[in-house]
Design a protein around this ligand. Structure first.
Ligand SMILES: Cc1ncc(COP(=O)(O)O)c(C=O)c1O
Length: 403
């Protein structure tokens, strides 16, 4: 008799974005004349830049001719892309071997899949609030114990609250974790750690034989000098950290799909190289990313690509600073938004995250994301994104100021 993976039944429904969509739909049906501005979901809105579009066209043409056609991609990704990635790291004085880079279809899959190479007995530590994929993938793998619905917490997960009280800096947990997920710059709080703060985590992981899974999906948004773009800028990170990167937010690839992981050869658990395990996992379960997409990824790092993307990033960063300034002026307490496309705000007058969602929708016709959807410590906070158009962003700010 077939049996299901019971762990899936333990997952509480992820109602966050479907609840938002339903509420917005009801509101718009009842208020047909009102223009709703969506600053909720973390998807980009600007089109691919010309350097990438040109490369995609050329690559498609290559696929249409027998002499330049490409079938399955090599395991780990085409060398041309891995070399471009390697060069990008070298600009930050980080040396990565080509065989330490694994090209993928994005950071979501990598951040969900990476836990497979670790024992199901490993205890995970998560920032709270957090990108939900880290938790849910570990629930599916049976690593999280039981869900306590009153606390909205799992019994075997170590939660590291990140709130205004600790400046959104996760504290070393009292219980010893085996796997530590860090997402910096952070989704949803838009905050980050400086080099000394991240170095302390690297030292902690090395001392406690823990592995850090470092999600750097938003590194391109970093503006401050002392904020590392890669965990490997910290000393000793190669013996304790895996880094996950994405082309979604730095190059607008959310619908194109491309990312990569870095697993250093020095990183060993129980004497076993994680690089080899991850290579085995990917070789068995993943058949690579399309040639045309990998060519587009190479174009991201080209001189033209970098110039054009700098402008695109500046567009979103400008939105972020407008939201920060505009809402601060309106009296809100604002966090993040400097090194990240996310603005994290404290809800006013002790409102819950959902109460503020309804209030904002009703009064300003603006949609954001309730912070409580990212974990219990997100309660009382609210996320806005800088990924809207400039016009919408300005209009949303003006409406919130008038509220
Ligand atoms: C922290 C974080 N990691 C990963 C992803 C997904 O990245 P990708 O589009 O490369 O799968 C997201 C998307 O919002 C994210 O916020």
């Amino acid at each position: 008799m077939a049996q299901i993976n019971q762990n899936y039944l333990k997952l509480p429904g992820n109602y966050l974005f479907s609840t938002i969509a339903k509420k917005v739909q009801v509101f718009s049906e009842e208020n047909l004349e009102k223009k709703i501005i969506r600053l909720g979901i973390g998807d980009v809105t600007q089109p691919l830049v010309p350097a990438i579009v040109d490369t995609l066209h050329k690559a498609v043409d290559e696929m249409g001719k027998a002499e330049t056609f490409h079938g399955y991609a090599p395991e780990g990704g085409y060398e041309f892309l891995r070399k471009a990635i390697q060069n990008h790291y070298q600009k930050r004085l980080v040396d990565i071997d080509l065989n330490e880079i694994f090209v993928s279809d994005g950071a979501k899959s990598d951040s969900a899949n990476i836990q497979e190479i670790f024992s199901s007995n490993n205890r995970i530590a998560l920032c709270d609030p957090v990108y939900p994929v880290y938790l849910d993938s570990n629930v599916m793998a049976g690593r999280t114990g039981n869900y306590q619905s009153d606390l909205e917490k799992w019994t075997e997960v170590i939660y590291m609250p990140c709130t205004a009280e600790n400046q959104f800096i996760p504290e070393f947990p009292r219980k010893k974790p085996d796997l530590i997920y860090l997402c910096l710059p952070n989704n949803p709080t838009g905050t980050t750690l400086n080099k000394e703060q991240l170095q302390a985590w690297v030292d902690y992981a090395n001392k406690n034989s823990a592995v850090i899974i470092y999600d750097a999906a938003y590194e391109a948004y970093i503006t401050r000098e002392n904020v590392p773009h890669s965990i490997y800028e910290c000393e000793g990170a190669k013996t304790c950290a895996i880094e996950l990167c994405s082309f979604s937010k730095n190059a607008g690839f959310t619908g194109v799909r491309l990312g990569f992981s870095v697993v250093p050869k020095e990183l060993k658990v129980e004497g076993v190289e994680l690089n080899a395990l991850w290579g085995r996992r990917q070789g068995t379960k993943f058949n690579g990313t399309a040639y045309i997409v990998q060519k587009a990824g190479e174009a991201v790092y080209s001189r033209k690509g970098q110039e054009q993307l700098k402008e695109q990033l500046a567009y979103y960063q400008h939105n972020a600073s407008l939201i920060t300034e505009g809402l601060t002026k309106a009296g809100y307490q604002i966090f993040g938004g400097v090194d990240a496309p996310y603005i994290w705000m404290k809800t006013p007058d002790q409102m819950t995250s959902w109460e503020f969602f309804d209030y904002l929708l009703e009064k300003a016709n603006v949609v954001g994301t309730p912070g409580s959807g990212f974990g219990p410590s997100g309660e009382g906070y609210f996320r806005l994104t800088a990924f809207g158009s400039l016009e919408d962003t300005k209009e949303a700010i003006a409406r919130i100021q008038r509220m």
